[in-house]
Ligand binder design. Structure first.
Ligand code: ADP
Ligand code: MG
Ligand code: MG
Length: 890
């Protein structure tokens, strides 16, 4: 097995297609080198080594050592340096790199190979003692932190004390001798914090120590948490990249930076990045010094006083933008790049497809398609369905914002690090954020800065605000990835966690106070600022149109009120997949009539009440048909157990008694008659139709009469689909269908316009799925009610599941909540079987899904695979479903 792959220096073993084996970073370093870009040479130890390492109980595969030695030799040859040499030392970085980027999850060690001997070599090679010792002390600190688990504070305290003693303000005041002194102190600190073991002097020991730490970090808590939230399997492993060092800390002609080839927040085609002169890579991300913008345009936009790279190093800037466009054209996507300038020469250290907000993903996909860089189908694939959600959520209303500003309610302004708006209560701590969110509260996390330990708190928060850090700080990158609005670098914030206060120039807010965060402008307002619905024209409309061209599944909605139906239609619903008629029973003017119907002790009484309900239901259906026009409307007959409509309080009881002329005793008696010990499996669905035929007859009449009326009124024939719920047998369908058809025949011939209607059934009981072939002989369509089908297949009541499903997920029994993402193995098998058996009888049987799963991208992909006709979901999920259906088809 080949465990080690070389890159750079004229020959690379790997390329960008080998991400699985080399990790994203390693694969792209090889690719960039092959493109002729200036990449410091190195080698990649593969992800297969990581997997083998854990399989072998934290031991390396046998052949690794020889291959490693060979690659180290090659690297020495390529760089013309020698690892561990006292006169011409090769120094390397050790960098992790998984298949999918895991920002900040694994730590990099720079300047590895330095010790008391090689540092002298570096000093004489560079002719700069100060630089050599600065690099050495950085190395000791990083290595000790990453490999030996000694906190940064230990070293920062030593340095601060030293500077205080010398009366120095800045790190730049430190001279070579100062660094030498500090290095001595660092080493003693290592000795006492590392169980009496000294800092490793042997470069080989250092290197293996760092490699082991990278592989070890694959299983640390942060990495495990990140993987869990991003669906990354532990089996992927990480690669380790060993790369020859280039130095951004060699004086004022050296620098380091990170950039995006386009704005990752808005999608604007503007080179976007930050850099620091005379610094090493980690300095930018860590926010120790605030970096300066790279381009003049960006600096102007931000109102930054710092000189952009375009001004300080115009040649490098030119090279960098050339590299950027070369990379964009090559990868055909926006790139997130890391670079270092060593004494005026540019080196590329990383490239990857950049993370972006939903808004940016959308804008870029459309623009790149228009530029001819990508096709329409590719543009559709650039926007993740789950991300789309962010675009459908409210944004700050500009008028309300102007008013809030006039009222002096702007609390602070920082960098607009991740767009979107949110309102919530202030918290200062990630655990606190997670606890509050678990109680259903909306919180805004305010921190000096964030680190990987804050991921769970950021996840739990509606928005994040930090006092420190730039547009590429941890908070900014992670927030954009999560789709959380974020304001960074709000430098005037003074946070006092102990007191639970945050203030800006004497203006103080307390823990729990409400703020509104506008991530698009970087402003934080005291109190609430009104939000508005987002704009769905322009880019959004383009992508949706392209998605519609690509998909084969149609998308309907679960809706019953005219308002919801209207929203869904505007979001592109192609019909109604589930109209729950019982929701219409609860309106204030109806519930007394519904109650009278239920309480009637005989058929006559029930029919009288149903007479009153008929015109109400008819007008409900008319409203829906009017909006949906010639699109199909699936209407489900009454489903829930009748007791759900019973009065609950004594007051309600008295009111019903008065209205219906029945005594309270009688009512109470009837209520107890309706009581069921397990209503979910009780007298509901078509079982109601069996015992009280007049209810379904009334509903069928209302549907058909409404269709006739709307056809007359608009000239467009509605397309009703009448659906029978909770069916287990063919006989049930036959019985219900006969009555519905009879009603249709009684009502429809009076209509001049032909109404095509269907009668079909829900498949939501395992028996119905199993006997789908018989049922299809009667049913004209199937709709998989996967909410009930999940309950009945797993034997888990949806209403009670919350108590224990969390533990199930934690212990990995069900990977995902089966009520959110279809349990494909189990429930999915019944769906598949039902669909197949149904279509074995009626090859073009219309089949849809109407559970919550109809709006879940993974479940939609499954439905697409089964060749379903449509999915149906709640109105706000309709665009997500359209996009997910397109992704499934592409
Ligand atoms: P992360 O995955 O956290 O971004 P990286 O491995 O990319 O970590 O390393 C972080 C930074 O360290 C890089 O952006 C770069 O600036 C610096 N770095 C890494 N390797 C080298 C190297 N060989 N020479 C100079 N700087 C390096
Ligand atoms: Mg990096
Ligand atoms: Mg159901």
């Amino acid at each position: 097995t080949k465990w080690v792959y070389d890159f750079g220096g004229g020959a690379s073993d790997g390329d960008a297609s080998m991400k699985n084996l080399l990790g994203g970073k390693g694969a792209n370093l090889a690719e960039m080198a092959s493109l002729g870009l200036p990449v410091p040479p190195g080698f990649t130890i593969t992800t297969a080594v990581c997997t083998a390492f854990y399989d072998l109980g934290r031991k390396y595969p046998e052949e690794l050592d020889a291959q490693f030695e060979a690659s180290l030799k090659t690297l020495e040859a390529k760089t013309d340096k020698e690892f561990g040499s006292a006169t011409n030392p090769l120094l390397v970085s050790v960098r992790s790199g998984a298949r999918a980027s895991m920002p900040g999850m694994m730590d990099t060690v720079l300047n590895l190979g330095l010790n008391d001997t090689t540092v002298e070599g570096l000093a004489s090679l560079s002719g700069d003692k100060r630089f050599a010792y600065d690099s050495y002390r950085r190395f000791i600190q990083m290595y000790s932190n990453v490999v030996l688990n000694i906190t940064h504070d230990v070293f920062e305290d030593i340095l601060e004390d030293y500077k205080d003693l010398q009366g120095y303000e800045l790190d730049t005041d430190m001279q070579a001798e100062d660094w030498q002194d500090v290095i001595g102190k660092y080493k003693s600190a290592v000795l006492s914090n590392n169980g009496g073991k000294p800092f490793p002097e042997d470069p080989k020991d250092q290197l293996w120590g760092a490699i082991g730490a990278v592989f070890g970090s694959w299983m640390n808590d942060r990495a495990i948490f990140y993987r869990k939230h991003n669906d990354i399997p532990a089996s992927w492993g990480t690669a380790v990249n060993v790369q020859s060092m280039v130095f951004g800390n060699m004086g004022d002609t050296s620098a380091t930076g990170v950039a995006f080839t386009r704005d990752p927040g808005t999608g604007q085609n503007l080179f976007y990045g930050e850099y620091l002169i005379n610094a090493q890579g980690e300095d930018v991300v860590a926010g120790i010094r605030t970096p300066a913008p790279i381009s003049k345009a960006r600096a102007a936009e931000m109102g930054s006083d710092d000189e952009p790279l375009e001004v300080t190093m115009p040649d490098v800037y030119q090279q960098l933008t050339d590299v950027a466009s070369k990379l964009e054209n090559h990868y055909r996507d926006m790139q997130d790049i890391e670079f270092t300038v060593e004494q005026g020469k540019l080196y590329m250290l990383q490239t990857r497809n950049g993370k972006r907000t939903a808004q940016a993903a959308l804008a870029m996909a459309v623009e790149m398609c228009k530029e001819g860089l990508i096709t329409e189908d590719e543009a559709v694939l650039r926007l993740a369905p789950a991300q789309l959600d962010q675009l459908l959520h409210p944004m700050i209303d500009q008028d309300a914002k102007a008013a809030a500003t006039a009222e002096g309610r702007v609390f602070v302004k920082g960098l607009p690090a991740s767009p979107g708006a949110a309102i919530g209560k202030i918290v200062f701590d990630s655990d606190e954020a997670a606890d509050a969110a678990a109680k259903g509260e909306d919180v805004i996390l305010i921190r000096i800065e964030t680190s990987p330990e804050d991921i769970h708190g950021m996840h739990a928060s509606k928005a994040i605000v930090t006092a420190r850090g730039g547009m590429t700080s941890h908070a900014a990158v992670v927030a954009r990835g999560m789709g959380r609005p974020c304001v960074c670098g709000a430098g005037s914030l003074r946070i006092n966690k102990e007191l639970g206060e945050v203030s800006v120039a004497g203006d103080t807010l307390k823990r729990g106070d409400i703020v509104t965060v506008d991530g698009a402008t970087g402003e934080v307002f005291k109190g609430r600022v009104a939000m508005i619905e987002p704009d769905l024209s322009g880019d959004f409309a383009h992508i949706m149109e392209w998605a519609d061209n690509a998909r084969t599944l149609s998308v309907r909605t679960n809706a019953e009120t005219p308002a919801d139906v209207e929203v869904a239609k505007n979001f592109g619903a192609e019909g109604i997949g589930l109209c729950r008629t019982e929701h219409m029973f609860f309106d204030a003017d109806r519930i007394p009539v519904v109650r009278a119907m239920i309480l009637a002790s005989n058929e006559k009484g029930r029919k009288e009440a149903l007479e009153k309900l008929l015109p109400m239901q008819r007008s409900d259906f008319e409203a829906i048909f009017r909006i949906m026009g010639d699109k199909p409307c699936n209407i489900r007959l009454l489903d829930p157990p009748l007791h759900e409509f019973m009065p609950h309080s004594d007051e309600e009881m008295a009111e019903v008694a008065k209205g219906s002329g029945v005594s309270i005793e009688m009512l109470t008696h009837r209520a107890s008659e309706l009581h069921e010990s397990n209503p979910m499996l009780g007298h509901r669905g078509c079982r109601l139709g069996v015992t009280y035929p007049e209810i379904y007859e009334m509903q069928a009449r209302a549907i058909f009469e409404a269709a006739v009326n709307v056809a007359k009124e608009t000239g467009i024939a509605p397309v009703p689909e009448v659906m029978i719920p909770l069916v287990a047998t063919k006989a049930e369908v036959a019985l219900m269908k006969a009555r519905i058809v009879k009603m249709a025949e009684a009502v429809l011939p009076k209509s001049a316009i032909k109404i095509d209607y269907l009668v079909g059934t829900m498949i939501e009981l395992p028996r119905a799925a199993l006997r789908a072939a018989d049922i299809a002989e009667e049913a004209e369509f199937f709709s998989f009610g996967t909410n009930d089908l999940t309950q009945t297949t797993l034997g888990i009541s949806r209403d009670d599941a919350a108590r224990f499903l969390g533990d199930y997920e934690k212990q990995g029994i069900y990977e995902k909540d089966p009520f959110v993402t279809l349990d494909i193995e189990g429930v999915g098998e019944l769906v598949k079987l039902g669909a197949e058996r149904g279509r074995s009888v009626k090859p073009d049987l219309k089949i849809g899904i109407c559970g919550e799963h109809g709006g879940d991208p993974a479940s939609i992909a499954f439905c697409h695979g089964l060749g379903m006709t449509y999915v149906s979901c709640s109105p706000y999920r309709v665009p997500v479903a359209r996009l997910a259906a397109a992704h499934a088809a592409l």
